[in-house]
Ligand binder design. Structure first.
Ligand code: MG
Length: 187
């Protein structure tokens, strides 16, 4: 049976990345920030971001429940699931990411850490697939990932979904994108 492929991002898709970062910051630092843009203006932003990365906070985040469902549906419909992340592959990041995915029933076949999604070359394995869906919260990465795949082969069809698990995104727009993704997966 021919297989399909779902490529899914973690940060920004499986949970609201900015919301969690801000929440962690305000819990741990004395001066409160109102928004992620406020936080970005902090002179120590880089240091803060690094502390966040190593804090282990990400392990405690609850993923968007709808994404858990989408991955299950994909598996039931003969999709291979490749999780592609540009989280830096340093320290305990890799292991923590796996632990978090497994703990939250986020199904996957491959976990790919890449330094940048803009120059990722997929292995020849990818030519075995029929339909392809790519989900990322950043449009530019949808573009580059699709180009990398199309360099291997013309797929029967490809769906690019710019999904943001954000508390501030338009709800009906989010629902529409999920509907489109799910009908593609279940078709
Ligand atoms: Mg992302």
């Amino acid at each position: 049976m021919s297989k399909n492929l779902l490529i899914c991002d973690i940060d920004g898709v499986m949970f609201d990345m900015n919301y969690e970062f801000l929440y962690w910051y305000n819990k741990n630092y004395p001066i409160q920030k109102k928004s992620i843009n406020d936080l970005k203006k902090d002179l120590n932003y880089k240091k803060i971001k690094e502390s966040y990365r190593f804090s282990g906070h990400k392990l405690s985040i609850d993923p968007d429940p709808i994404i858990i469902e989408v991955l299950k549906e994909a598996r039931n419909n003969y999709f291979d699931i490749w999780i592609v992340t540009s989280r830096p592959n340093v320290g305990p990041n890799h292991e923590n990411t796996r632990t978090w995915l497994d703990r939250n029933s986020l199904i996957y076949d491959r976990l790919i850490f890449c330094r940048t999604k803009e120059s990722l070359s997929f292995s020849e394995k990818a030519i075995d697939f029929n339909k392809v869906a790519i989900v990322d919260d950043q449009k530019k990465f949808l573009r580059s990932l699709s180009v990398s795949l199309l360099n291997l082969k013309d797929f029967k069809s490809m769906l690019l979904v710019n999904y943001k698990s954000s508390h501030f995104e338009n709800k009906s727009e989010k629902e529409q994108k999920l509907k489109e993704l799910r009908s593609y997966i279940n078709d």
